[in-house]
Design a protein around this ligand. Structure first.
Ligand code: ATP
Ligand code: MG
Length: 445
């Protein structure tokens, strides 16, 4: 096995059409249109990145990325339905209804970085991180800018061959994530690669090569310098794409999870750790199951699960300081959501329903009177109920209570009225009218 990707002085390996499995029928028609139009205009045009990798693996690509020697302005002239985007690197987006084909121009080689090139500029910060990168180059320069060997395969529309400058084809066969170049340098250039390696290993069920995995743990703190908005995007891809469980295990294994959800990570390693981890795992598994069943998934539920125990702990502190239970939980939810922003910036449109789901937990302990039925009409009832069920499954809430809410949803209006006028089911305490603990009277029992 190669210990490192080939050096950039090598000529590429060309895999001709008969020797690989990618057929044009697997490529989106719109993507083919873009490739052909570029070619007919005299430019080079390749399908690149995850699209080629996924097709070689017999998987359906999430999106198709095109790379060309045409500059963005030239691409725009070829397509009416085209917009130029991006500050760090200019790209063309070609729109076909809801499908967007991203067309990038080859990037220049890294060696040219200090030259004052009129084609653009590349700016680094004190730690070697690339801040701005706007130079255009050729395919044999572009390839070294890519992250992993399996992401650096080029499908050439001119002859349907695959062009491999590194060990991409071999690594697809070996099911191996291997960074191109010196791993430590590549992580320092862009610490998000720490997460991308793990995410793609989780998604594709690949291993990470020993050289590529060796520096991960030590370099994990580099993630602190990544803008929280970018980490939010990456977190969605890690946890909401159907392979969240493997992502979670790998992130914990490499010490990366704490840079995404520091309070959750600390709670997992804290005194009540087993219960916290059990709930988190249930939430992740539940999301994976929904993806597998083709059901919609939302980050407000999963991130609400991640932050549930930290919010409960914070509420306990506030109650000890004299807040009423509901006040304590409300303030705790706000504070936890705010503190989370410094790692992963979760937008308000998500934190606000997340708080609703968390605040409904104590409310769901009330099963008597008309007010109990009102909970069913709350727009977040279903998600709050789902959280209650997960909590009940891991012993953080009363399973009978969860069952009561399951049953009531199946009942008609008459039966519901009757259910809320009945005494509380056996086994549940009748003593309190209001939950004493903001987190729900069954929490932690
Ligand atoms: P996915 O299946 O999630 O779309 P992908 O590999 O296609 O995976 P994209 O984010 O769509 O990921 O990126 C497309 C390509 O751009 C990658 O395959 C890789 O070649 C290159 N790329 C993306 N992000 C980076 C990065 N941080 N550093 C270097 N190259 C990158
Ligand atoms: Mg992609």
């Amino acid at each position: 096995m190669n210990s490192e990707a080939k050096s950039n002085t090598n000529a590429p390996t060309i895999v001709p059409r008969p020797d690989h499995c990618i057929s044009r029928s697997q490529i989106s028609r719109n993507c083919l249109k873009v490739l052909y139009r570029l070619k007919e205009a005299g430019y080079q045009a390749f399908l690149v990145g995850g699209g080629v990798r996924d097709l070689m693996l017999g998987r359906e690509p999430k999106d198709f990325d095109v790379v060309t020697d045409a500059w963005p302005e030239d691409v725009r002239k070829l397509f009416r339905n085209c917009r130029l985007i991006g500050r760090r690197f200019r790209l063309a987006h070609v729109y076909f209804g809801r499908e967007v084909i991203e067309v990038a121009t080859f990037r220049a080689a890294q060696e040219a970085e200090d030259m004052d090139d009129e084609a653009g500029e590349l700016v680094r910060d004190g730690e070697g991180r690339i801040l701005r990168d706007n130079r255009y180059g050729t395919i044999d320069e572009d390839v070294w800018r890519r992250d992993f060997t399996v992401n650096a395969l080029y499908y050439n529309i001119a002859d349907f061959s695959i062009c491999d400058y590194t060990t991409g084809v071999e690594d697809v066969g070996l099911k191996l994530m291997r960074l191109i170049g010196e791993p430590e340098d590549r992580y320092r250039e862009d610490p998000v690669r720490l997460l991308r390696g793990v995410r793609l290993a989780a998604k594709l069920d690949f291993a990470i090569s020993p050289e590529t995995e060796a520096p991960i743990r030590e370099l994990a703190p580099l993630l602190e310098s990544v803008p929280p908005a970018r980490l939010f995007d990456e977190s969605l891809k890690l946890f909401l794409a159907g392979h969240g469980m493997r992502s979670f295990d790998l992130l914990r294994h490499y010490g990366l999870f704490r840079y995404l959800f520091p309070m959750t990570d600390a709670a997992i390693d804290g005194p009540n750790g087993e219960a916290v981890e059990a709930l988190v795992r249930r939430g992740v598994q539940n999301t994976d199951d929904r993806v597998a069943q083709g059901k919609p998934v939302t980050p407000m539920f999963l991130f609400g699960v991640f932050l549930w125990h930290p919010a409960v702990a914070r509420a306990d502190e506030r109650r000890a300081a004299g807040d009423t239970p509901m006040q304590a939980l409300s303030t705790a939810c706000d504070e936890i959501a705010r503190d989370q922003q410094s790692a992963v910036a979760i937008p308000r449109r998500i934190t606000s329903p997340m708080k609703d789901i968390q605040m409904m937990q104590p409310r769901l302990t009330r099963t008597r009177g008309k007010r109990a039925l009102k909970a069913l009409d709350h727009p977040r009832f279903r998600a709050a109920y789902d959280l209650l069920v997960l909590r009940a499954e891991v012993g953080d809430a009363d399973p009978e209570l969860a069952r009561w809410w399951t049953d009531i949803q199946a009942q008609g209006p008459g039966d519901r009225e009757q259910a809320v006028s009945q005494p509380k089911p056996a086994g549940r305490r009748r003593r309190r009218r209001r939950p004493k603990k903001a987190s729900g009277e069954t929490s932690g029992q």
